[in-house]
Design a protein around this ligand. Structure first.
Ligand SMILES: [Zn+2]
Length: 196
């Protein structure tokens, strides 16, 4: 069983990237409730998202649905294809499930703003990912959104550094190794016309 990569650029893309590939073969990173629980636990530990106790089958279906919508919009923004109206509606539906109530509270002698959610459990978690997608797709951050150019890699990432070209170091290594292999073939077999 292969775990989906958590690149950590932003939660919405980490969810999108649970649809990944190993050596060009597509892999479903959320095949069942248990896999989603493990992934959400990792997201809680590594990305500070709310903790989850148990996932029901409805929760799994909702996460897969939200992931499909996020991937569709990310694809449209990076590759430029696809009709995204339904996907945008779905993201908004998931986001709407969580209303946040601002409150002023007194701490010692200071006034602090607190934002309290009125949703709990799975609805709140889904909304966190949907809110993150809205913040990514609807702000200047979307200019840095990229789909990984490595062959058969379906992952998205944020180009947060001018020299970053790939989703992960493993994709950079794979592309470099393929290049080196091609170069070696062309020098050992000149004129063979073989290209890989
Ligand atoms: Zn990649």
């Amino acid at each position: 069983m292969h775990e989906a990569p958590i690149i950590g650029d932003t939660p919405a893309l980490d969810l999108a990237n649970t649809h990944f590939a190993i050596r060009g073969n597509p892999v479903e990173g959320l095949p069942n409730k248990e896999a989603l629980e493990r992934w959400l636990t990792s997201m809680h530990t590594n990305q500070g998202l709310p903790a989850v106790s148990a996932v029901g089958s409805g929760g799994l279906a909702s996460f897969i649905e939200l992931r499909g919508a996020i991937r569709m919009v990310a694809q449209a923004l990076t590759v430029g294809d696809g009709e995204i109206r339904d996907a945008v509606d779905r993201i908004n539906d998931f986001a709407r499930a969580n209303r946040t109530n601002p409150r002023l509270v007194t701490e010692h002698t200071d006034l602090i703003a607190r934002y309290e959610s009125d949703a709990t459990g799975m609805r709140r978690l889904l909304a966190e990912f949907a809110w993150d997608a809205i913040d990514l797709f609807g702000t200047e951050r979307k200019k840095l959104l990229r789909s990984c150019p490595a062959p058969d890699c379906p992952l998205f990432f944020i180009k947060d550094h001018s020299r970053r070209k790939w989703c992960r170091p493993s994709c950079a290594n794979r592309v470099r190794a393929a290049r080196a292999y091609r170069k070696q073939r062309s020098t050992t077999a000149p004129g063979s016309g073989v290209s890989i």
